[in-house]
Design a binder for this molecule. Structure first.
Ligand code: ADP
Ligand code: MG
Length: 722
């Protein structure tokens, strides 16, 4: 019998090439297959006449192949198939790069349906790397019905295809699978389905893969959109409940002079910093663990908030078996994603806590340090010590503040009285990791997670459903806005001159490129036109800044290499850092004041904002230059918005609403599908899904009454978010 977990080969005989394709798409079981959704439906009313195509359009055309040629580009040695496709209104050039197998499918006179982006390629409107659906030629007497717009028109699902697997194959195989596997039990409880008039799983699957009409298709998509958001919420609420069951140190903040600690900063806190501190101190008072996310734009001052939470915590005495000790301190672990950031935090904490008598440790892969040093010197207030020695002091509770990288969650590290874990730029830090940190201690640490990644509210509510949110939406006073400019290609030289002027004054600069290298990957033609890190660094070094030190940084380098480059940049041994968007997160080089972003139209707005955030980290005026190919209205509008938006959240919302053409860069990194992303545009749906999840967990915290939902939640919990 065929079940959801049967291999796909149980339904149809698989050709070798199909097997390879399925593997590439990571489709193994019948279940994988029936959850492989169409990304759109072909409906004849959706075709654009070729004559109406414009640069920048995402369009579907239907026409006949007139001319085909296969060649290798002489410059890049890339395989290229070129065709002319014609409909009654006109013709257009179509180019596929790097898909030699397509050449075999392109036959003169064949009718094809092509979906893709129209670009101006070498002065000619061109459809570049469109996806293709084979289309049967309709008999002439059916011609009218082909263009009829009646709602009963049959929608043909179109799937993301790969070599050896066409939409046709998916349609055929999936419909066979659905007819063979019998009933599929639904993980969404009956009463929830009924309350929101959602179809059962099996029906929804049938409708999404083979809708009789538009209404079926829409209701099926709605169900899966709800399903995804609801299931993630259930997983998060369940985890939240489990964490709440644990016992945390109740921290008596009233006995701590937080106000005089604040005066150490040398600046007044912003109102939103004050508010966040308020939320956190209130949470820390409770004996159930805090789970709070502090979300704030780059430079909004999250570290100061973290420092106050740290101070309030370590100024408390541990209690053992309910009795407060008269000695010792509660402990704080402060974890950063890189050695550079951990070291930065350590150094600023050493300054901030000077004279408090509190010890601070730094523990990274690279080594261990302790503050204060017994042998105080003028140059540094800390000493290098051996890791085993440091671990002993942490285990005995002698060192209350421990800053580090992932080294903090290794098995061999134990705290005596860990009360608070602070995690910088790493938001999913679940039950198990917290348990791991706490280990033998009967107490479970409070958690303060911090992120500068601006995301839309609906997405935050969903993926951080287990966390309470505090938002820093104000910038410290006196911070100069980054001067942002959209630069047309012919103004490059002027920008380089401006940058040289900054460099002369002792500043540094970033140049961001979308790609690492110039070899194009399969199917991504635009990349050919996009400046790559390696080539651009060579060019700048040779032609523009021969007297400057130029470094490169990208994701294919090892961790060690990356850290070395960052160290060199921090020490000003590098003037210009040419990098991919790897510099997006957390990097703090206040002396860098200019950033060029090549191919800016290719980045999501929120991501551009993150990149720009690299240069607004000091009192120097900073500059952001967007080199954008801004021929299309849409690009111009987006770029204009970018220069005007108040903060990253606004831009993230805009990214979400405008998504299509991959505007929400990295959307997949959140582990949410296209259907789920659609749902996130709908605040009401998200609220409803969240409320339903909260109710389920309230009535059935362990999900013992909903075993299928439990299974689903476990899967989501183990899924890698971010
Ligand atoms: P992020 O939120 O990106 O982690 P940081 O905590 O690194 O930001 O703070 C950025 C800079 O702003 C630091 O130099 C910090 O000292 C400074 N800063 C933080 N809060 C304020 C404030 N309220 N007023 C003035 N400067 C502040
Ligand atoms: Mg920070």
């Amino acid at each position: 019998m065929v079940t959801a977990s049967s291999p796909i080969s149980d339904i149809v005989r698989l050709k070798e090439i199909t097997k390879i394709g399925l593997k590439k798409l990571d489709l193994n079981t019948v279940m994988d297959l029936i959850y492989y959704f169409p990304f759109r439906y072909s409906d004849s009313s959706l075709f654009t006449s070729i004559i109406n195509l414009k640069d920048g359009d995402d369009a579907t055309i239907r026409g006949t192949i007139q001319n085909i040629s296969n060649k290798k580009s002489w410059k890049t040695k890339v395989n290229m198939s070129e065709a002319i496709v014609e409909d009654v209104s006109g013709s257009i050039r179509v180019i596929w790069f790097h898909q030699p197998y397509l050449a075999k499918m392109l036959k003169l006179g064949k009718v094809v349906e092509l979906t893709g982006k129209v670009t101006d390629h070498q002065g000619k409107l061109t459809l570049v790397n469109p996806s293709m659906q084979n289309e049967r030629v309709m008999p002439i007497d059916n011609h009218d019905s082909l263009f009829a717009k009646d709602d009963g028109a049959k929608l043909t699902p179109i799937y993301p295809e790969t070599k050896g697997i066409s939409s046709e194959w998916f349609r055929h195989t999936i419909s066979k699978a659905l007819s063979m596997i019998g009933n599929i039990e639904d993980h969404i409880p009956e009463e929830v389905l009924r309350k929101y008039s959602l179809p059962h799983l099996k029906n929804a699957l049938i409708w999404i893969h083979g809708p009789k009409n538009k209404k079926d298709m829409e209701i099926a998509r709605k169900r899966f959109a709800f399903d995804e958001i609801f299931s993630i919420n259930v997983a998060r609420q369940k985890e939240r409940h489990e964490i709440r069951e644990n016992h945390a140190y109740a921290i008596d903040t009233s006995t701590v002079d937080v106000e005089s600690f604040k005066s150490r900063f040398g600046f007044p806190l912003t109102t939103s910093q004050e508010d966040s501190v308020g939320h956190i101190l209130k949470d820390l008072e409770k004996n159930s663990p805090m789970s709070r996310l502090l979300e704030g734009d780059v430079g909004s001052g999250k570290t100061a908030v973290a420092a106050i939470a740290t101070y309030a915590t370590v100024m408390n005495r541990p209690s053992v078996k309910g009795k407060k000790q008269t000695f010792g301190n509660l402990q704080v672990a402060y974890m950063a994603p890189t050695e550079i950031l951990a070291t930065q935090h350590f150094e600023s904490f050493c300054e901030l806590f000077e004279g408090t008598g509190l010890s601070i440790a730094l523990l990274t892969g690279g080594g261990a340090r302790k503050y204060p040093s017994k042998v105080a010197s003028k140059t540094k207030s800390w000493t290098e010590i051996s890791k085993p020695q440091l671990k002993k002091w942490i285990a005995s509770g002698e060192i209350p503040i421990v800053i580090g990288t992932h080294a903090l969650i290794q098995k061999s590290l134990e705290f005596k009285h860990l009360a608070l874990a602070i995690i910088d730029e790493q938001h999913r830090f679940g039950l198990n990791q917290r348990k791991g940190l706490a280990k033998k201690d009967a107490h479970f640490p409070h958690l303060l997670s911090m992120t500068a990644t601006p995301i839309p509210r609906t997405l935050a509510l969903t993926i951080y459903g287990d966390l309470d949110l505090s938002i820093l939406d104000q910038m410290p006073a006196g911070r100069k806005e980054t001067k942002t400019e959209i630069v047309s290609i012919d103004k490059r030289e002027e920008v380089y001159k401006k940058i040289e002027k900054e460099l002369k004054e002792g500043r540094q600069a970033y140049v961001i490129c979308a790609r690492i290298d110039a070899t194009p990957d399969e199917g991504e033609i635009q990349k050919l036109q996009v400046v790559s890190v390696i080539q651009e660094a060579e060019r700048l070094d040779r032609d523009i800044f021969p007297h400057r030190n130029i470094g490169i940084l990208h994701s294919k380098m090892t961790k060690k290499e990356k850290e070395m480059i960052m160290q060199d940049f921090a020490n000003h041994e590098i003037d210009i850092l040419v990098a991919t968007s790897v510099v997006e997160v957390g990097v703090n080089i206040p002396n860098a004041t200019s950033i060029i972003i090549e191919g800016a139209e290719r980045f999501g707005l929120a991501q551009l904002h993150q990149l720009r955030g690299r240069v607004r980290r000091s009192t120097h005026q900073s500059y952001c230059y967007l080199f954008a190919d801004s021929k299309s209205d849409k690009t111009r509008e987006r770029m204009k918005l970018f220069t005007q938006a108040k903060n990253g959240f606004e831009l993230a919302e805009y990214d979400l609403q405008m998504r299509g053409g991959g505007e929400l860069t990295g959307a997949k990194q959140w582990g949410i599908s296209d259907v789920g992303m659609d749902a996130l545009k709908n605040m009401k749906l998200v609220e409803v899904a969240r409320q339903s999840a909260i109710e389920i967990i309230k009535n059935d915290p362990t999900l013992s009454k909903n075993p299928l939902l439990k299974e689903k939640a476990e899967k989501i919990k183990n899924m890698h978010f971010e």
